[in-house]
Structure formats: C-alpha cells, structure tokens
Design a protein around this ligand. Structure first.
Ligand SMILES: [Zn+2]
Length: 311
C-alpha cells in the first residue's frame, strides 16, 4: 500500500552545497526570511548560477538555505545551499534564528507586476516555508505559520515580534541590524499570505496517515474536518418582501428617494423610481422630452401609493 502523494507545486530541486554556514548553537528557528539577489536579472538559470558561482565560493562569505528562480517558460528551480539545521550567512545577527530563501535574479526595484510575473517561484517559496514550519515548530505562531508583512502604508514598519515569515528588511528595521531593504516596497505580501495559508491547509489536511488497509489495530483514526453544510437561504416574510419592493419604487414610507433622485417640482416629496428613470431618459434623449411630462403623469397615476399615504 502506498501513501497518497502529498500536494506539491511543480519545481525542480537539487543540492549545491555552500561552505558558508555555521552551527545554530542551539538557537531555536523563529524566522523564515525572503530575499532578493540584486543581480542576475534576466538570467534564466539564476538560482543555479547564484548557488554555483557565488555562494559556492568561501571567499564570498554569503549564503542562503535556498536559492530559487523562475525560468521564462515558468519552470521553477530550487537549489539547496545550506542544510536548514545549520545557520546560513544571510542576515548578520539573525543568522542563527532564521531560514533564508533567496529569489535569484530579483531586485527590490521590481514592480508588483514584475513580481507577479514570477508568481510560480513565490508560490514554491510559500510551499517550502510551510514545510519548514512543519519541521520546526518554533516557527509557528499560535499553531500556524504567520506572515509578518510590512505595514502597507509604511513599508519601513513591521508590527510583530517573531515567530513568523518575513523578509530581510524585517531584520534591518524591526530587529535593528544591517541596511538591506529586500524584498522592497512592491513584493506581493497579499499573495504570499494567501499561498502560505493554502499550503498549510493542504499539507496539514493530507498529513494524517491512513489506517492500515487490513489487519492490525487502528490506533490513530484519521482526523476528518467536520463540514457544516451551508445554511439554506431564507427569504423575508411575504409582508417584508412587499414592503421592500414597495419602498424601492416609492421610497421609505412612500416619501420618494430625495437623497438619491432629488425632490419633485412642487417640493412635497422625493422622486419615485419611475420619475428618476424619466429624468435619465430625458437627459439621454433630449429630443424626446416633449413626451416626458405626460408619461410621468401617467406613471404617477398608475403608481401613486394613495392607500399607503392615507393610512
Ligand atoms: Zn537579503
């Protein structure tokens, strides 16, 4: 019996280990951080090139846990550069506490449109962040991954302590170390938040082992999420339906819709719906205005809610 395949985005992953790493010295992992490369822009093999030609070099003194990039055909490549049990050399004093993911070939200067053209590699990053959250529970906030995005009105501001998923700029601005500003002002944090929640739901829902097919004792019954059927739509009572329809035509208490359509010529009430439509018709077809007053009179005779007014 084979376990059902876990959901997974489509990407190619292989190791290109870097010599640039250190022991975490027992520091719990409570940050998962996004990075730009600020180089290799337009390089279809940016993840491989960054890992192979820069991070691979001990003299560069730089590394990430992952480099990733999206080729022009949409294919995503991930290179494993540093084992996540070790600290990469990415964020100064936050190295020991963080997992670091670099989108190779990217820059803080990208527009939202340019970022969303690379949505597949962002989605893969979200998926890997969730896998890491499942492996290192110290990354979780109240039992689930949390994206700590910068304040949309001031991208220098972050509002939460760790643990969480954020970016290099969080270390600069919130933890107060360094000067880097990646991911920049236009990174689509809304998309990251949505996809992170998606993968968390998908992977935690599928992570429950199936019971044995035959024999043995089922010690761990599968957790099924109770599904509450949606409540059936309930219409208002006949009386309320009639009142609501009536008021659409004649306004609340048959006083017309003065705020929407203005007052009648004699100023006694707001205009009814048909009178407002007549106004629109007169404006749209000015040559036909000669017929409008008579038409309004006719409509008023048909529709005037005399009984309601007299009641
Ligand atoms: Zn960075």
């Amino acid at each position: 019996m084979t376990a059902p395949a876990l959901p997974r985005p489509d990407f190619n992953e292989y190791p290109l280990w870097s010599p640039n790493y250190q022991s975490r010295e027992g520091t719990p992992i409570d940050l998962w951080l996004w990075h730009t490369e600020e180089g290799d822009i337009g390089d279809p093999n940016a993840a491989d090139d960054l890992a192979r030609n820069d991070l691979d070099n001990a003299s560069s003194q730089v590394s990430y846990h992952y480099t990733a990039s999206q080729a022009p055909d949409g294919g995503v490549t991930v290179c494993d550069v540093v084992d996540t049990d070790m600290a990469s050399w990415s964020v100064l004093s936050a190295n020991d506490r963080s997992i670091d993911f670099c989108i190779a070939g990217s820059t803080v200067n990208w527009t939202r449109t340019q970022w969303l053209a690379n949505s597949k590699v962002i989605d893969v990053g979200c998926y890997l962040s969730v896998l890491d959250c499942l492996k290192y529970s110290t990354l979780l906030f109240q039992g689930a991954p949390r994206v700590i995005a910068p304040d949309p009105n001031n991208t220098d501001l972050y509002h939460s302590d760790p643990p969480g998923i954020s970016d290099h700029k969080y270390v600069t601005e919130y933890l107060g170390d360094g000067t880097h500003s990646d991911m920049g002002p236009n990174f689509p944090w809304d998309y990251v938040t949505e996809r992170t929640a998606y993968w968390w739901t998908a992977l935690t829902a599928k992570a429950t082992p199936d019971p044995p097919a035959t024999g043995g004792t089922v010690t761990t019954p599968p957790v099924t999420t109770p599904t509450t059927p949606p409540a059936p739509f309930v219409y208002p009572s006949d009386h309320d339906l009639a009142v609501q329809t009536w008021e659409q035509l004649f306004g609340p208490q048959a006083q017309g819709w003065s705020h929407l359509f203005g007052m009648t010529a004699d100023g006694t009430r707001g205009k009814y719906l048909v009178e407002a439509i007549a106004d629109l018709h007169a404006a749209a077809f000015p040559t036909a205005t000669a017929n409008v007053p008579a038409a309004i009179l006719h409509a008023q005779r048909m529709l005037t809610p005399a009984r309601a007014v007299q009641k």
